[in-house]
Design a protein around this ligand. Structure first.
Ligand code: NAP
Length: 481
């Protein structure tokens, strides 16, 4: 198959069949506002058919050896890489991020498939020294069963491979409900999985506008033994409740409100580079984007000026155009949210150092913005901005910075910049976050555990921990010895 922006699957995928429907919904390019395709608007009933298919496929897939499953996953990985340019263009067309970032995400997304293909071979159990001479104790790891995955639009490939690859490697089968805004990358991935030899029913993709109905069907069905979700904390809490009745295992990768702390002794150049990477990637629409930039008084003015100068160099425009660093936001709601957070901050005394308005590139584009004089009473401090606005808060002491950083129900990523190893280590230990970047603005990859604490979620993706999320531990007691 050649996945090109003009030629890619636009049917859903259930039980190894490409499923169409008269009821369809449009996929829109956020840079132009134009429809690029339409996909089936499937129902809760279709979701149940996908569960039937995943259940039927489970015995044979879970009975394969890890090495056999690895060979299929490895082929999928190679096919994804082989189509990386077409996939990147497809991603930019439906999601809006600059092509360079889409290329990066295809490679990042594929890396999970490569990693878990191998890691599946290492689902080790244990032998445990016995407490009775007549008994022996062993644990084995077994696939949890049928998995449901609900994914967001901001990383249309990586948020899927990060779930599907470990699930399949572990021997589970899976139903993916991709975000309504970005179903095409999910379908393209399914097409490549089919080509790689993933058997019918092992991977299913249900496209829908009825997220609530399909979500309820997936959560209510006792055959689905695990739900893995990436998205907002608000929806994560709904799904958490909905899974209680069938006591499903859960992975929840939810919202963040990442603090990025610049201490007085930070290397200014490094701090600006880290803040730029963390803040403006994907136009500020990542769960690990620096949401609150806490800057110590002694370096505040120099940092604000240097960050504003760097932000002004970013080129805003359609992601498909050469040289663009900042694409559109995903939809009108996202722009409206950024505008309302900015209005609240300015009304409460914040100062726009650069940007602070929509960009002439189009109705969904917002200028890279640096806002100074930010205080704790502003909405921009307590809410996820999900836009290209750097909000700078001034602090005096280390304790004050840590207290500010931790004063949120969220705990996904945190960043700090300091040249003093003692200070950096102490702060890293005290920060309530699942991940801490020290003198680094970007740190996620397939070999490290990604996830949050507090209301940012449960469980980890990537690394050995990411495989364990799809396995149950069974204890076997061998008696009569
Ligand atoms: P969202 O509104 O929570 O949507 C995420 C997914 O959930 C989409 O597929 C959505 O479908 C679906 N959904 C919405 N309401 C649902 C319901 N009642 N039942 C079942 N499914 C439902 O989040 P988003 O706006 O797409 O993504 C942004 C959020 O994701 C941010 O908060 C961000 O921080 C978070 N995120 C977290 C991570 C992480 O790893 N922690 C990574 C990326 C993003 P529709 O698209 O059809 O609405």
């Amino acid at each position: 198959m050649d996945v090109t922006p003009d030629e890619f699957p636009t049917s859903a995928y259930i039980g190894g069949a490409w499923v169409t429907s008269k009821d369809r919904f449009a996929v829109i390019n956020p840079a132009t506002g134009r429809d690029i395709a339409s996909v089936p608007n499937l129902t809760a009933e279709d979701a149940r058919r996908a569960i039937d298919a995943a259940s039927a496929a489970l015995p044979a897939w879970s009975a394969k050896t890890a090495k056999e499953r690895a060979a299929v996953l490895r082929r999928w990985y190679e096919l994804i890489l082989g189509e990386s340019e077409a996939l990147a263009q497809l991603m930019t067309a439906e999601q809006g991020k600059p092509l360079a970032e889409s290329r990066g995400e295809v490679a990042y997304g594929a890396s999970f498939v490569e990693w878990f293909a191998e890691e599946g071979k290492r689902a080790y159990g244990r032998t445990i020294p016995t407490t009775a001479s007549t008994k022996r104790y062993i644990t084995i790891k077994q696939p949890i069963g049928v998995v449901a995955a609900i994914t967001p639009w901001n990383f249309p490939i990586a948020m899927i491979t990060r779930k599907v690859a470990p699930a399949l490697a572990a021997g589970c089968t899976i139903i993916v409900k991709p975000a309504e805004d970005t179903p095409l990358c999910a379908l393209a991935l399914a097409k490549l999985a089919e080509k790689a030899g993933v058997p019918a029913g092992v991977l299913n993709v249900v496209t829908t506008q009825d997220a609530r109905g399909v979500g309820q069907a997936l959560c209510a069905d006792g055959r689905v033994r695990k739900l893995t979700f990436t998205g907002s904390t608000e929806v994560g809490k709904i799904l958490y409740r909905q899974c209680a009745d069938t006591v499903k295992k859960l992975t929840l990768e939810l919202g963040g409100n990442a603090p990025l702390i610049i201490f007085d002794d930070a290397n200014l150049e490094q701090a600006v580079a880290g803040a730029m990477a963390s803040k403006y990637r994907n136009a500020g629409q990542t769960c690990v984007c620096a949401n609150r930039i806490l800057v110590q008084a002694g370096i505040y003015d120099r940092f604000a000026s240097a960050l504003a100068a760097a932000a002004e160099k970013l080129v805003v425009g359609p992601g498909a155009s050469t040289g663009v660093n900042l694409g559109p936001l995903i939809n009108a709601e996202a722009i409206a949210k950024v505008e309302s957070l900015m209005a609240d901050a300015v009304q409460k005394g914040g100062t726009v150092k650069t940007g602070g308005a929509k960009d002439a590139a189009g109705s969904l584009f917002y200028k890279p913005t640096v806002l100074t004089g930010v205080t704790a009473d502003m909405d921009i401090v307590s809410q996820e901005i999900f836009g290209p606005v750097a909000a700078l808060i001034k602090f005096e002491t280390d304790d004050e910075a840590i207290a500010l950083a931790n004063s949120t129900p969220f705990g996904l990523a945190a960043y700090l910049f300091s040249q003093n190893i003692h200070r950096a280590w102490t702060a890293a230990e005290k920060l309530e976050a699942g991940m801490v970047g020290v003198n680094e603005g970007i740190f996620s990859n397939e070999v490290v555990p990604f996830g949050g604490v507090k209301e940012s979620g449960l469980g980890r993706e990537g690394a050995a921990e990411g495989l364990d999320e799809y396995l149950e531990t069974k204890f076997i007691c061998l008696g009569g010895m």
